[in-house]
Each structure stands twice: as structure tokens, then as C-alpha cells.
Design a protein around this ligand. Sequence first.
Ligand code: XIL
Length: 469
Amino acid sequence: MNHKRVLRLAVTVAATGALAAGMTMTLTSTASAGTTLKASAAEKGRYFGAAVAGQKLSDNAYVTILNREFNSVVAENDMKWDATEPQQGRFNYTGGDRLVAHAQANGMSVRGHALLWYQQEPGWAQNMSGSALRSAMINHVTQVATHFKGKIYAWDVVNEAFADGNSGGRRDSNLQRTGNDWIEAAFRAARVADPGAKLCYNDYNTDGINAKSTGIYNMVRDFKSRGVPIDCVGFQSHLGTSLSSDYQANLQRFADLGVDVQITELDVMGGGNQANIFAGVTRACMNVSRCTGITTWGVRDCDSWRGSDNALLFECNGNKKAAYTSVLNALNAGPAITPSPTTPGPTTPGPTSPPPTTPPPTTPPPTTPPPGPEGCTASVSLNSWNGGFVASVKVTAGSAGTNGWNVSVTLPGGASVTNTWSATASGSTGTVRFTNVNYNGRLAAGQVTEFGFQGTGSGAGLTPTCTAS
Ligand code: XIL
């Protein structure tokens, strides 16, 4: 793809921005020392993923690194339109299913990529236009999202719909020519088909505050204001020899709209600045509480679509590169995310705490932090409409990890649960208890999993209580 070669040049600064006030998450500085990308990311409540080309799953050396270092995968090509619907109405899920099976067997989450994209359209769709294409594309979204329902953490519902350059507008394509509302129509169809998946818009050349990222920002703001279901924005981050100084600020401004952000296709031109840029991107994600994970677009340099750029974290022989170490260190140095289910505490100290009975220690506190609370915590995010709602529940394991978990919520009177995914519900009204399914019960310390449910009536004010076993 030639357009990927036109990478933005900008000043290299990994800015550590001030945290936005009023967040529902708090960031605390906790040194840690994970020794793999996935462990270090999980300690900070994030995932670390890789794009996987199907045939690589039979390469033992590759799979060894994948399973050791990554806890999220995305299909490099196998879930795209040309792969999943090669002829109209004839669906092929062989590659996608194989990747999902690998992920489930190895405790990895899956990003779905991509339901609609102007590239890698099957030939039959390339030849379509107008209302015939509109219904074919919505059918594609519905069929594919339904097939993978309950198995996808986040879908790239629409990929690369904005133009490069200064227009800030949409890219021309046969999809765009079906009408400017094609993106929101796709998101609505995806939500109906898989209400448990986070729905993302994904693009490149959005690595700072520029005309293109601002165009996308305005679309997301509009979607949020009109209730179009969008949960996240993916920043591909195919990078050259520098990193924009406002990379983090750009992530933060999207997060401030009320969506998660993710680094979805990270790769960086090899050479002197590579390790710094990888570290800068990682730090930026860690500093934005709604940045939920990072995916590199491949595992080893020779797996990369960028040919001889040596753009990834591992050499072809499997050795870790300097860039690997810089990412690991940035993950370990990052602030931990602590979900705070209640509103922020008072800013003034409580009135009655007794004075300490022992003198304060004269030696400095130990450098290893005290263990966090055991058990688990849960937080709910709600998408409601008149008469119904979809609740997405994030379960985070405490310091001891979990063998299993359950989450109880008490529904308002008149509300009832009609559908649950990635958990089993007992009861449907009043206090409902959700228990893990077999693949998401066992969580490492700090690891996060999600489940969801749909209901009728109001879901307002749900307060989850998590219990670990
Ligand atoms: C690339 C794959 O890596 C290649 O194997 C394929 O030939 C072309 O697509 N942006 C995206 C990805 O969203 O889907 C692209 O993946 C890279 C650019």
C-alpha cells in the first residue's frame, strides 16, 4: 500500500501529559517488573497484541514468541471482507475461526479487523454501488459480527474512511458514495449483531493533532452526541523516523470524548530512533487511562508487511531487539490503572483519623509496592436507549489473580436481563449473578476481562460487586 509509505515526519518528543481532571480511573505510579510484554501490560490493566497471518500458526518458533509475549491477537488478513465473503453471500470463516481458537486456547483476547474497508473488498463488491452495495455491506457486517459474536473484544467496524492531507474529510470510495451515513449504519448493524464487542473506528496518519485526526475527532463527537454506538478509536501508528510531540495529547482528546483508544497496528522504521519511538508510543498509551492496549502489526521483522524496514520488536531469529526492551521498560514504568467505581473521594482529608500511635518510620519505604487488594473489581459501562440497555462489564483481577469470578448487580425494578455474553447469568430480575465462562475465569494479577448483557427497562445506576474464587 503506497499510501503507508507517506509517513508523517514530526518532532520526536514523548510528552508526559498532565492527566485530565475528573476521570473515572485513577493512575498511580507503581514500579513493576514484568518480564514479558503481556505480563507487564496486564499488570497495568492493558493488553499487548500482535497481528497474526494464518499460516504463521504452524511455525513453531513464531508461535513460541506469540504465546510467551502476547495476550491479544488480530488477524492480519483473515477477517477482511475479501477473506470472509469471497463470493456474495458465501462466507468463509476458516482463517478467522482458527485464530479465535488459538486465542481461546491460550487466554488471548481477539481484535476483529475489519468489517468494512475500501481496500481488500472482494471483486464482486468492488463492482457494486448505490443501494445494492449499501445492503450488501450491511449484510456483511451483520453476518460476520454475528458469526464471531461473543468472541471479539473490539471490532474495527470501519477502517480508513478519512482522506489524507488537509481536507479533514472522507476518502472517496464506493462505500462512501453510498451516502455519508454509511459509517453510522455500519456501527448500528454491528451493535445489534454483537452487543458485547467494543466497536471501533480505525485509521492511520492520525499520530498527532492534524486535519485528518481532527476530522475523525469531529465524527466521533457527533456520533456520541447522537447516540451512534461507537466505543473506541484505533490509531494504527505505522511510524517513520520520528514521533509527533502531540501523539499523547491526541489520544487524550479522543478519550475525553468518552471512547477507549487503542494502538492497533504499531510498527516503526528500523534504525537509530526506533527504540525511542516505540517507547514514546508505549508511554503515551500508559499515560492515557482509556488507552486499553497496544498491538504490533506482526511479531518478528520478517513477519512484517513493511518488507525490509525491520519495523517490529523481534529479529527474524527470534531475538529481542532494543525496541523490545524499551517497550517492556515503558510498560513497567507506566502508571497502573485502578478502576474507581465510586466518584472521586474528597479532596480534603477526613476529619477524624486518629494520630498514629507509632512514630513514622525513619527508613525509606520499601521500593516494592505493597500488594494490591486481592479478589477482583468490576466496573460497568452502559449504553442505554428508551426501554433498553447494553451493559459492558470489565472485571479486573486483584493481586492474587483469580481461578474464577462472579459479579452481582441489582437491577432497578421493571428491568430484566434478556441476553448475556462471555458469562453465565443466574436470574434475570432483581439481583442477578454473572459467573465466568470456561475461558475467562482464570486471570493473572491485574488482568482484565469483559462480559456483557442486554436488558429491557432501565439499567441506570448499576453497581457491580465482584467476588473471586
Ligand atoms: C496489510 C497486511 O499486513 C498485508 O498482509 C496485506 O497485504 C495488506 O494489508 N492498514 C490496515 C491493515 O488496516 O489491514 C493493513 O494490513 C496494513 C495497513
